[in-house]
Structures are given as structure tokens and as C-alpha cells.
Design a protein around this ligand. Structure first.
Ligand SMILES: Cc1cc2nc3c(=O)[nH]c(=O)nc-3n(C[C@H](O)[C@H](O)[C@H](O)COP(=O)(O)OP(=O)(O)OC[C@H]3O[C@@H](n4cnc5c(N)ncnc54)[C@H](O)[C@@H]3O)c2cc1C
Length: 456
């Protein structure tokens, strides 16, 4: 790791270290909480129910609690499938060993209770719009205002074999699933004494957007760096990483100059990029491309498409399968004054009608704006049209390189990687995760992260 990066990390880590030490010495202070119990959710005259505790839903709950802190007429409940929210931008870092999965999980229950909201961990069963209630985990939850923030999931476009044979990013375990696959293959090769087909050591990532590029780069760190001392019998040069993208160029949403830099970096990492072609079929041992090429590969990761939560198909609300709930520029579901759609499960539009991109930045801004609008409606005021402000885009290619565009300024390399780390560290909701990740990054300077396979 370069000196600049080491120095900056050490500085950040030093500050965290002092805090960690202080808390360790005064551990009773660390454990003393002041739980703030409000009246039960059902007792509030204005019940705001949020379903889906990701970037958008969590922000909506946080903002509502903040503004309604001293009011006794607004109750907030959040229902979500898990008791954490997934900090997706750091998921790929799990593959390269830079971040532990448990720190990608941002705890919801404790944080929400401290904010003054109620939390239930339950899957959404159905919405009864006529009776104004949600059924989740078999129980009924009434609402005056309902916010749906169910997020997105992978889209497979009906391509044969994709769902069956690819690893896709369906949840927080995806990073570990990819590491697990690599270890399985390495163990197989070691046992077989090298007598195995190349397809076992070929890894293909389908989808050349930011997620695909980050996953491919982290895979490179894993196979060319982290695993090398563990598998001396495997020649790292035999391992091949291929990135397949249907567009003319990877990272199509990025500035062309940054795209070129990223492309060159991938070439330096010996990641083969195949553009302008779609995967037509995936089988157990090969990928058949649209141009007729067949690539022998037994390890395929799918990052090529997303669609709004399939749960929406079961709710009687206007929506587009891919883009999500049809909402007006106040984020209200068309035809429903008290149902709101935010984040990746809504086709959010700006005041001028332009579509808002489905990303974490937008989801957070929508969460905050919807909270303000709901309170405005409760108070008999006019809600405000949503206006998305893009602050830029950051894409990490391994732990020491990134390509960034921030408020029109484009930069790449190690400084950009440092900026990526500090930005996402700062934006983490949980101070505990922030401290743990910073300490891990600090320790990485001295030790390689262990790569162990925990079988469940
Ligand atoms: C691997 C990856 C990397 C990414 N990196 C970036 C990045 O670097 N920068 C960026 O801006 N964006 C990034 N994104 C996109 C960003 O994470 C999403 O746009 C953002 O998470 C959308 O927020 P959301 O609240 O709509 O959905 P989510 O954050 O996905 O939250 C949805 C929530 O709904 C819950 N839920 C879903 N279904 C149900 C159900 N049936 N019942 C109850 N609860 C349910 C889920 O458990 C989850 O808590 C990335 C996405 C992925 C997958």
C-alpha cells in the first residue's frame, strides 16, 4: 500500500483508536443506554408506517422522528424483512477482505428505538388499501400514511440459466457467497493436483456497471493477492477474470475520460472486458454470448440488471414492473393521497418530470423529502415537489484505485480511492461500524485479512 494512503489511514485509524481505547477503558459508559420509549404506535392519531428499512425507508423514519420529536400526534413505525439495513456500496469490499459482512449490516432496531420510532422485523404479506392497514408477519398494522420503500432486486430478463447458475446480488450474503465459490474451486484444484479444466478457474462477471466493475476488481484482489499465500500450488496466472457488458463501453453513466481510465486500470489488472454483447444463455460449465461465442466458465456472477421489488406485483397500486410505483413529483402513488413510494421501488420523477436514478444518494434524498411532505400534509400544508441533487459518482477498483466525479470534478487513482473510503465511511449510519471498519483498514496495513470459509 502506498505511503500516502497508509499515512491517511493511519491518521484516521489513530483517532478511532483513541476513541476505541477510551470506550474500552470505560466500558460501563459504553453499555449504559437511555431507552426512550414513546407511547405505543397505535395510540398516535397520525400513524406513519414505513415498509422497507433500506436507504430510503430508514432516512424517512429518521427524518420523521427528528421533526416530530416534540409532537404527540405523529407516531412512526418501520417494518422490514431484516433487523439491519444493507450498506450496499461496501458490499463488494467484502470480496477483497477489506470490510467484514457484519459491518455492512447497519443495525435498525436499536437505532430506530433510540430515535423514537417503533420497529418490527417482518416480511410484508399484503396491503389492505381500503382498510388502511398492512399485514406483515401475519399481524395487522394500521396507518394514516403508508410509505413503501421495498428496494430492488436482480432482473434476469428471462435469459435461460442465469437464475439457476449465476451468483447474483440478492442480499448481504452475496460478498461471502462469491468468496466461498472461489475457495471451493481452489480446494477442488488443490485436491485434484491441477488436473482440472480451465473453466473451474475462470470467473465471469456479467454487467459492466459500477457494481460489476467493483466486483471484478475485488475478485482480482482476492485471487491475485489475498489467496496467493494460502494456495502455493495454484498459479495465479491461470485464474482468469472476464467482465461482459452489453453496452459499447463499461460504466456508461460515467464521464468518458473516467471510463477510459477505468478501462485501462482493468487491463492492468488483467481483467478481460468484452463489450457490446449480451449473455444469451448460462449453463453449468459455459456462457453462450449473443454473437455465438461460447466461454467455458463455471463461476458466473450476475450484476446486469435490476427491477423494482417483485412484491409490488401483489399490491393493487399502479406500477411498472422494472421501474416501480408510479408516483407524482411529491412521491405520492398516483390516485392515493396517503400512499407514498420512495427509493428503488418507485419511479421517482423530478419537479420537471425527469426520472430520478435509482441509487443510494437519491434514495436518501427521497426519504428525507417524503418525511417533510407527510408532515406538511398532516399539518394541512402543501407538500413540496422533489428535486434530486446529484453530488457525483464514486467507483472503486480494488482498495487502492477509484474513479470519481464529484460536483463536476473528475479524479482517479489513490487519492480517489482514499476519497471513496472516507466518503462511504462518513456516510455509514452506525458509528460502531464506522469505527470497526476504520480499525480493520488500519490493521490491513500490517496483516493480510484472513480468508476463512465458514460453512452454514
Ligand atoms: C452491490 C450494490 C452496490 C451499490 N453501490 C452503490 C453505490 O456505490 N452508490 C450508490 O449511490 N448506490 C449504490 N447502489 C444502489 C443503492 O444501494 C440503492 O439504490 C439503494 O439501496 C436504494 O435504497 P432503497 O431504500 O430503495 O432499497 P434498499 O436499500 O435495498 O432497501 C430495501 C429494504 O426493503 C426491505 N424489504 C424488501 N422487501 C421486503 C418485504 N417483502 N418485506 C419487508 N421488507 C422488505 C429490505 O430488507 C431492505 O431493508 C448499490 C446497489 C448494490 C446492489
Amino acid at each position: 500500500m502506498n505511503g500516502l494512503l497508509k499515512g491517511a489511514l493511519a491518521a484516521g485509524g489513530g483517532a478511532v483508536g483513541i476513541e476505541v481505547l477510551r470506550r474500552a477503558m470505560f466500558s460501563s459508559a459504553r453499555r449504559r443506554y437511555e431507552p426512550w420509549e414513546r407511547s405505543p404506535y397505535r395510540d398516535f392519531p397520525n400513524k406513519v408506517l414505513i415498509v422497507g428499512g433500506g436507504f430510503a425507508g430508514y432516512k424517512a423514519a429518521q427524518t420523521l422522528c427528528e421533526f416530530a420529536r416534540n409532537r404527540d400526534d405523529v407516531g412512526v413505525m418501520l417494518i422490514s424483512r431484516e433487523n439491519y439495513f444493507t450498506y450496499w456500496p461496501m458490499l463488494a469490499s467484502v470480496i477483497g477482505g477489506d470490510v467484514a459482512t457484519q459491518n455492512v449490516a447497519q443495525p435498525l432496531r436499536r437505532t430506530l428505538i433510540r430515535l423514537g420510532a417503533s420497529f418490527r422485523r417482518a416480511p410484508l404479506d399484503r396491503v389492505d388499501l381500503a382498510r388502511r392497514l398492512v399485514v406483515a408477519g401475519g399481524r395487522e398494522f394500521p396507518y394514516e400514511h403508508l410509505v413503501l420503500s421495498l428496494g430492488a432486486e436482480p432482473a434476469y430478463f428471462g435469459i435461460p440459466g442465469v437464475e439457476e447458475h449465476c451468483i447474483s446480488i440478492t442480499g448481504i450474503g452475496a460478498g461471502e457467497a462469491i468468496v466461498d465459490r472461489v475457495i471451493e474451486r481452489y480446494e477442488e484444484v488443490t485436491l485434484a493436483g491441477g488436473e482440472i479444466p480451465d473453466s473451474k478457474l475462470t470467473f465471469m462477471v456479467i454487467g459492466g456497471g459500477a457494481t460489476g466493475v467493483e466486483v471484478a476488481s475485488e475478485l482480482h484482489s482476492l485471487v491475485r493477492d489475498l489467496l496467493v499465500p494460502d494456495y502455493p500450488n495454484i498459479n495465479p496466472n491461470r485464474v482468469k477474470i472476464i467482465l461482459v457488458d452489453a453496452n459499447k463501453e463499461i460504466l456508461k453513466e460515467l464521464d468518458p475520460a473516467l471510463r477510459r481510465v477505468a478501462r485501462k486500470k482493468l487491463a492492468d489488472l488483467q481483467i478481460e472486458v468484452i463489450n457490446n454483447v449480451k449473455a444469451k444463455e448460462v449453463t453449468a460449465d459455459r456462457v453462450i454470448l449473443g454473437d455465438g461465442r461460447e466461454i467455458m466458465v463455471e463461476n458466473v456472477i450476475w450484476t446486469a440488471g435490476a427491477r423494482a421489488s417483485v412484491k409490488l406485483d401483489e399490491i393493487d397500486l399502479p406500477h411498472d414492473e422494472r421501474k416501480g410505483l408510479t408516483v407524482d413529483h411529491y412521491m405520492r402513488v398516483l390516485g392515493h393521497d396517503n400512499v407514498w413510494g420512495i427509493g428503488d421501488c418507485a419511479a421517482t420523477v423530478n419537479e420537471d418530470g425527469d426520472p430520478v436514478p435509482p441509487n443510494a444518494q437519491a434514495a436518501v434524498q427521497e426519504g428525507e423529502a417524503v418525511a417533510r411532505n407527510i408532515l406538511a400534509v398532516i399539518d394541512g400544508e402543501e407538500p413540496r415537489p422533489f428535486r434530486y441533487k446529484s453530488l457525483g459518482q464514486l467507483v472503486e477498483l480494488g482498495s487502492e484505485f477509484a474513479v470519481n466525479e464529484v460536483m463536476g470534478v473528475k479524479f482517479s487513482g489513490q487519492i480517489a480511492a482514499l476519497f471513496w473510503r472516507l466518503t462511504y465511511l462518513y456516510k455509514l449510519e452506525s458509528p460502531e461500524s464506522r469505527a470497526r471498519i476504520a480499525v480493520d483498514w488500519l490493521l490491513d496495513i500490517f496483516y493480510d485479512p484472513p480468508v476463512t470459509q465458514i460453512r452454514r
